[in-house]
Design a protein around this ligand. Structure first.
Ligand SMILES: [Ca+2]
Length: 223
């Protein structure tokens, strides 16, 4: 009986160790940049490029409205995305996006930079239901930036980050430094939080330990 008790106690302790290290797979660390090529160092039209361009509104923009990758002008370097809207069309939206593989629950900072015409275009950047304030173009080489802090309550995966440029006829500009930084986990949950299904492993552990304790007491009493 002592041998059985020892086995069960060892099993209970092993379960305790296993539960102690039961943490979600976190491939993201505080300070990580989650946008791939947000500085547009790479040609967005190259094979394997991470950004996709939605041209579904180009009919509203006009046949000569377009977007291109530039490697001679940028916010903090020499590369960016240059777009312009057709002179004789009503304007429209340019939308670019990429999927973020993993967004763990936590705190984030979303930011972007824009430069271009004198106020004909507005840019917003969105991810997981959070959107920056509209950033307006303000003249050649006059870069404007925007930054927004927010929190995500639950882990997400394959989440799009979307750049939207709303432009009028003759509008043009340069997009750069699209950034999403993970700042770390959410603040600790108060101790008054109600148990949830996530505590199931601990319930199993408690049952195992209770069983071990019962056998130990039974063994001792018998001895
Ligand atoms: Ca750049």
């Amino acid at each position: 009986m002592k041998k059985l008790t020892k086995i069960l106690t060892t099993a209970a302790l092993s379960s305790l160790c296993a539960c102690t290290f039961l943490t979600p797979a976190m491939a993201v660390s505080a300070g990580d940049q989650l946008v791939t090529d947000g500085t547009f160092a790479g040609d967005i039209w190259a094979d394997g490029a991470v950004w996709s361009v939605d041209d579904s509104t180009w009919t509203a923009v006009g046949p000569n409205g377009t977007v291109s990758w530039k490697n001679d002008c940028g916010h903090a370097d020499s590369s960016s995305i240059n777009y312009w809207f057709e002179d004789n069309a009503p304007g429209g939206n340019l939308i670019m996006s990429q999927n973020i593989a993993s967004l763990p629950a936590g705190k984030y900072t979303l930011s972007a930079a824009l430069m271009g015409d004198d106020g004909l275009c507005t840019m917003t950047v969105s991810v997981a239901g959070n959107t920056t304030e509209g950033l307006k173009t303000a003249g050649w080489e006059n870069w404007n930036t925007v930054s927004t802090d927010f929190e995500i309550a639950e882990d997400q995966s394959s989440t799009p980050i979307t750049i939207t440029i709303s432009g009028s006829a003759t509008g043009w500009g340069y997009i750069d430094d699209i950034s999403l930084v993970y700042n770390g986990p959410l603040d600790s949950v108060p101790d008054t939080a109600q148990p949830s299904g996530d505590f199931a492993p601990y319930a199993v552990l408690l049952l195992a330990m209770s069983a071990s304790l019962g056998i130990m007491l039974f063994s001792k009493k018998k001895a």
